[in-house]
Design a protein around this ligand. Structure first.
Ligand SMILES: [Zn+2]
Length: 285
């Protein structure tokens, strides 16, 4: 569906942030060869305050806390205030880093973890630039990422043992699982565009053959059974209360052939009931 402007910009913001975190995770995976523990995407709470942790990297003598930003374009600092050029004030990410670090320290104290925390604000997008930044800030710029990896890869750090694994597990146990769908826009079955989307590029697939679907945009080919099952999974995720029926899935996938849908449903799902009320549930559910 077409997202409202606010929802769209929130979606872009989430997507960009996620891409940045993934990029950083890959760097760590590729470059850190000494023993370490790496935790991602934690939601923790201290003193009734929830806070997010992008990445924690455990070494034996230091725990590195990374706040990852995928900002793009020119930014500048003026009197402790941060702006995106030309003049849009943004939240000072260093304040966020300080706040999270101090809450994390609180948790460490509670858990009696005595390893020092090193905080990092990491900008991963090569198109990012920051003017007027003093040198002593805990910031890593895109052009310094490789050197940060080299520094972290110092052999003196690598004495990880059971104690560290236990500590990491105790932090993991504090992770709060929250439904991440708290800010979904309103949607209904009738209002969503129907059709199978390409597994590779997410565009709506326009050509269906008997056994394959082919994306007009990127040329990606997928077995039609896989494509339909993937679409049914999306349908079930979006509409947990709606039943999987032949008609609904035919409409959802925009597939003309009743036969094809029936074949896929009967061979991959368990049929419940007969006649009008027939619906299907995923095997194994
Ligand atoms: Zn495609």
């Amino acid at each position: 569906m077409k997202l409202l402007e606010d929802d769209l910009s929130y979606f872009n913001y989430l997507e960009k942030g996620f891409a940045g975190e993934k990029m950083f995770d890959n760097l760590i995976k590729e470059h850190i060869s000494i023993k370490h523990i790496f935790l991602n995407d934690l939601l923790l709470e201290h003193n009734n305050t929830k806070f997010q942790i992008d990445s924690l990297l455990f070494f034996s003598n230091t725990i590195h806390f990374f706040e990852i930003k995928n900002y793009e374009g020119d930014y500048y600092i003026d009197n402790d205030l941060w702006y995106k050029s030309p003049q849009k004030e943004i939240k000072n990410p260093l304040h966020q880093l300080k706040r999270s670090t101090s809450l994390l320290r609180g948790i460490f104290q509670e858990l009696r973890i005595n390893i020092p925390i090193a905080e990092h604000l990491v900008f991963v997008n090569p198109e990012f630039h920051l003017y007027n930044a003093p040198m002593n800030l805990p910031i890593t710029y895109p052009t310094q990422l490789n050197r940060l990896m080299e520094k972290l890869n110092n052999k003196n750090n690598s004495n990880i043992n059971d104690i560290h694994i236990k500590l990491a597990n105790r932090i993991l146990n504090r992770h709060i699982k929250e439904p991440s769908f708290s800010r979904l826009p309103d949607y209904t079955f009738d209002h969503l565009e129907k059709g199978i989307t390409c597994a590779n590029c997410d565009a709506f697939v326009e050509t269906y053959k008997k056994t394959t679907v082919t994306c007009t945009y990127c040329g990606f080919k997928e077995n039609i059974t896989n494509a339909v099952i993937r679409s049914i999974d999306e349908y079930s995720l979006l509409f947990p209360d709606r039943k999987i029926t032949k008609n609904a899935i035919q409409e959802w996938c925009k597939i003309a052939s009743h036969k094809t849908i029936k074949r896929i449903l009967t061979s991959n799902y368990n049929q419940i009931g007969k006649s009008i009320s027939t619906h299907y549930v995923k095997q194994g559910n």
